[in-house]
Design a protein around this ligand. Structure first.
Ligand SMILES: Cc1cc2nc3c(=O)[nH]c(=O)nc-3n(C[C@H](O)[C@H](O)[C@H](O)COP(=O)(O)O)c2cc1C
Length: 186
């Protein structure tokens, strides 16, 4: 089983990292983590080359993100202004070539079906993630992964209650890992 994590947190030992540590402890198989802050992924510059040739003209770590060689994709991010962190949105802009392949080349790019989940952290009591979730859903849908509601895991109120102490969120992550570990991928 191969899992891709798209991490939108700039903090190496922050709240999102604490929840991802629980995932790593419990999920079997190979985990590849892409940091929207630290890995080499440039934003889409609307060069429009994908309107005449399939794929993106920019060569960088985005090739890992768009690889079909994953069974699961997880979007993990702090909530910033009600959205995903900016660099993760910037990363998502690079999915434009999937749209161009359909709209301009009439040749949709094949995407293998995957399982999806979202892990969000938020400082405020309500989390204010109403707009973050739809964006995460778009990212997962483009990568071939559906996002059922029960796979949205949120740790809110981190300003006063760090995610590393959020036992309820940790339990949800353990249960997600247990379910995915049971699926026969052969
Ligand atoms: C620029 C910025 C914007 C933020 N916007 C929100 C917000 O809209 N709602 C919220 O509840 N918390 C917000 N926060 C708080 C973070 O979501 C919170 O501290 C989170 O736990 C950080 O996760 P991390 O340690 O994994 O980066 C914001 C923090 C920053 C730095």
């Amino acid at each position: 089983m191969k899992t891709l994590i798209l991490n939108g947190s700039p903090r190496l030992n922050g709240d999102t990292a604490a929840l991802l540590a629980v995932l790593r402890e419990n999920l079997n198989g190979e985990i590849t983590e892409i940091s929207a802050y630290r890995d080499n992924i440039k934003p889409c510059i609307d060069c429009r080359k994908c309107r005449t040739l399939p794929g993106c003209a920019i060569r960088d770590d985005m090739d890992i993100v768009t690889s079909n060689d994953f069974d699961n994709v997880i979007v993990a991010s702090p909530v910033y202004y009600g959205l995903l962190a900016g660099p993760l949105i910037s990363l998502a802009s690079r999915f434009q070539f999937y749209y161009s392949a359909k709209a301009f080349l009439n040749a949709p790019i094949e995407v293998t079906p995957k399982l999806g989940a979202v892990i969000l952290t938020a400082g405020g009591s309500k989390g204010n993630a109403n707009n973050a979730v739809p964006l995460a859903r778009v990212i997962l849908r483009i990568r071939g992964a559906a996002l059922p509601d029960e796979k949205i895991i949120m740790s809110a109120q981190t300003d006063s209650f760090p995610a590393k102490n959020d036992t309820a969120a940790a339990e949800k992550i353990r249960s997600l890992a247990a379910r995915w570990n049971q699926i026969d991928r052969s």
